[in-house]
Write a protein that binds this ligand. Sequence first.
Ligand code: NAP
Length: 217
Amino acid sequence: MTDVNGLSIAILGGTGDQGKGLARRFALAGHPVLIGSRSAQRAQEAADSIGAGATGDENAAVAARADIVIVAVPYEGHKALLESLRGELAGKIVVDCVNPLGFDKQGAYALPVEEGSAAQQAAAVLPDSRVVAAFHHVSAVLLMDPAVDKVDLDVLVLGDDREATDLVRALAEAIPGVRGVYGGRLRNAHQIEALTANIISVNRRYKAHAGLRITDI
Ligand SMILES: NC(=O)c1ccc[n+]([C@@H]2O[C@H](COP(=O)([O-])OP(=O)(O)OC[C@H]3O[C@@H](n4cnc5c(N)ncnc54)[C@H](OP(=O)(O)O)[C@@H]3O)[C@@H](O)[C@H]2O)c1
């Protein structure tokens, strides 16, 4: 497995549930974690709430400083934010966990994305970055819960750059209980993002925080 020890991780939109949850687990695993936000003050408050050495700053500042950058903003703000950070993100591994979903009375449903998926949109907007799709199905509630020692799921990692997907698989395994599994090329990210709508339905029906496991590997 690729060695990810000591790599710093920035999280764009790290003030939200998913960003803070991932930040907490990576900080606990010993990674330098940089929380990003549109507001340096909100970022600092989120970093303080996580502890474990996490720091906070504006999205552009943390994107420029970190080795790996995770995108954890709502789909609505995804494209514009990445367009604004093209320079800072050049040459970096950018990990997209964004699920383009709508919600109505029937629950969650997948939104159409012109580029095919949020991850492909990121790749289109960031031609000089190494875009990887991962962490779509991991529950922010479990990531944040101090009573949860192990998060019981496989994280599917997709991308067109094998070295980058191997690195993100190893990073996923910094979270106790998680296994990182290669899940295909970026052109197949749509199904992974859309599947989150099904998992949300499972969670509502069974009052759970469900995760996926891939068998026989
Ligand atoms: N929640 C989960 O369990 C979960 C699981 C897997 C994947 N995801 C994905 O992770 C992403 C974040 O989820 P979340 O629940 O953490 O969302 P969230 O709390 O609604 O948003 C996260 C952060 O994004 C920033 N933000 C909001 N609108 C923005 C915009 N228009 N442009 C730039 N930044 C904006 C905000 O930070 P500032 O105001 O501080 O800038 C906010 O705190 C989503 O795409 C979601 O599909 C979530």
